[in-house]
Design a protein around this ligand. Structure first.
Ligand SMILES: *[C@@H]1O[C@H](CO)[C@@H](O)[C@H](O)[C@H]1NC(C)=O
Ligand SMILES: *[C@@H]1O[C@H](CO)[C@@H](O)[C@H](O)[C@H]1NC(C)=O
Ligand SMILES: *[C@@H]1O[C@H](CO)[C@@H](O)[C@H](O)[C@H]1NC(C)=O
Ligand SMILES: *[C@@H]1O[C@H](CO)[C@@H](O)[C@H](O)[C@H]1NC(C)=O
Ligand SMILES: *[C@@H]1O[C@H](CO)[C@@H](O)[C@H](O)[C@H]1NC(C)=O
Ligand SMILES: *[C@@H]1O[C@H](CO)[C@@H](O)[C@H](O)[C@H]1NC(C)=O
Length: 397
């Protein structure tokens, strides 16, 4: 397993290089021109938030000066906790000073990077921005109605529309949730994050499998996980139970790639990715294909779409997807690739033969298991896909 992981790491490193794009902005450089934000700047780097900020294309940083930062530091928060608090100061939308004063109806809530950490419960990752009397703009990290706004807009520090806006606010934003003790990335409980946010069925399969340790071992070095939602995993269970133990591990491992891929990176690059199941003669890869804001994951059997983010905390990111990723190594395609958007008639036979090119042990046995009922399998995969299209309709809403 270690060897497999190493191989896939090496292979996906090539992919990582392909994905690395030049950065349009550098928050460290921007703030370095303003010594009054040196402490804030230092901690953006120390918590690696600076990397996250530089990776995003549309972002607002609510900077606080050294005095405000020092009252935040008086709380003696651990670095991971401080990261949560500081991530409340990074809004994943563009607010220039002009937009700030022209908010529709005078008040709004903006999603912060804390919302994407998975540590934020309910609305605690949102920031309330409200236009007050006399041109004042107030900010608050507690968005329950009627909560006082403790921090106020001071000035615009730097604006590169619509990539990054840096605004100074008077006080640090914080909340009980953000200050709750936080574990380091490697201590993150992957399965409980999944279970809490609509991927409990997949988390349960992982917990019962050796595959979980492969996922956990990869977190520190970079890990992207695609977890199918509960509805689709439940529909898939009968097929899952039919897999051999080794194939179960391969199927689950197929849902992780051993590099960190932010949504922005996935949206701006297409290509084949190796997975945690990749190794030796077993390809177990799939293609990332983006279409505007939509990111599709195409195996040769199914195409899944990213429908949400459970946690995005470099080096770990977990996305929710609307289908179980079925590798060609274990499943046969049931339909010819759709050339036209028309739904294929059932007279159309699933023609494509599986390109099982490597006689790797577990793949071989899986193929043998399925050979007898090949057409039967095609039929049930078709049925499975019909099943899948039902919950998809809901997710699309
Ligand atoms: C941003 O700038 C800092 C120093 O100015 C540098 O150390 C860092 O590597 C830069 N980051 C990126 C992503 O270019
Ligand atoms: C602004 O207020 C109007 C009337 O109360 C409401 O219909 C509208 O949805 C609000 N717009 C936003 C963006 O909240
Ligand atoms: C923001 O907070 C203010 C003050 O508590 C409140 O009046 C307003 O409704 C809040 N705005 C939103 C969009 O929740
Ligand atoms: C915003 O970023 C893009 C590249 O992503 C760059 O071409 C553009 O010049 C940037 N805009 C500003 C104002 O820096
Ligand atoms: C993660 O949490 C679950 C319960 O939600 C627990 O059973 C499991 O042992 C935890 N795993 C780790 C590594 O702490
Ligand atoms: C599981 O395997 C059995 C025996 O090979 C077969 O009868 C059954 O249809 C399979 N179930 C699914 C859901 O593929």
């Amino acid at each position: 397993m270690k060897l497999l992981t190493t191989t896939s790491l090496v292979l996906s490193f090539t992919f990582l290089l392909l994905l690395s794009t030049s950065h349009a902005h550098n928050i460290t450089t921007i703030l370095a021109k303003h010594p009054e934000f040196s402490t804030f700047n230092h901690y953006l780097s120390a918590t690696h938030l600076a990397n996250d900020i530089n990776r995003r294309q549309t972002i607002t940083v609510l900077a606080i000066d050294n005095a405000a930062m020092s009252s935040l530091l008086d709380k003696h928060l651990s670095l991971p906790t401080l990261k949560n608090v500081l991530s409340l100061h990074v809004l994943v939308d563009y607010f220039g000073s002009k937009k700030l004063h022209q908010i529709t109806n005078g008040t709004t809530v903006a999603s912060s990077m804390f919302q994407a950490t998975g540590a934020a419960a309910g609305t605690s990752g949102y920031v309330n921005i409200t236009n007050l009397k006399g041109g004042k703009v107030g900010f608050g990290a507690d968005v329950t109605d009627g909560s006082p706004l403790h921090s106020f807009y001071v000035k615009s520090v730097d604006e590169l529309p619509y990539n990054i806006s840096v605004l100074q606010i008077s006080q640090g934003l914080t909340s009980a949730d953000a200050e709750a003790p936080t574990a380091a990335p490697s201590q993150v409980n992957l399965t409980s994050i999944m279970a809490k946010q609509g991927c409990k069925a997949f988390a349960d399969l992982l917990k019962a499998s050796k595959a979980l340790s492969t996922f956990e071992e990869n977190i520190d070095g970079g890990l992207t996980v695609f977890c199918p939602t509960d509805n689709v995993v439940k529909g898939f269970l009968p097929k899952y139970k039919n897999l051999t133990d080794a194939d179960k591990v391969a199927l689950l491992s197929y849902h992780g790639i051993p590099v960190y891929e932010s949504l922005q990176m996935l949206k701006s690059n297409n290509g084949v990715v190796n997975t945690l199941a990749t190794g030796g003669a077993s390809k177990y890869d799939f293609t990332v294909q983006n279409d505007g804001e939509i990111v599709r994951l195409e195996t040769k059997v199914v195409t899944a779409t990213i429908v949400g983010t459970l946690i995005d905390q470099d080096p770990l990111v977990v996305y929710k997807i609307n289908k179980v990723l079925l590798p060609i190594e274990l499943f046969k395609p049931s339909l010819a690739p759709a050339e036209s958007p028309k739904p294929s008639k059932k007279t159309k036979k699933g023609a494509a033969s599986p390109e099982a090119d490597g006689p790797a042990g577990d793949v071989e046995s899986a193929t043998a298991d399925h050979t007898n009922g090949a057409s039967e399998l095609c039929g049930s995969v078709k049925f499975f896909m019909v099943l899948l299209s039902l919950p998809m309709g809901f997710l699309a809403l």
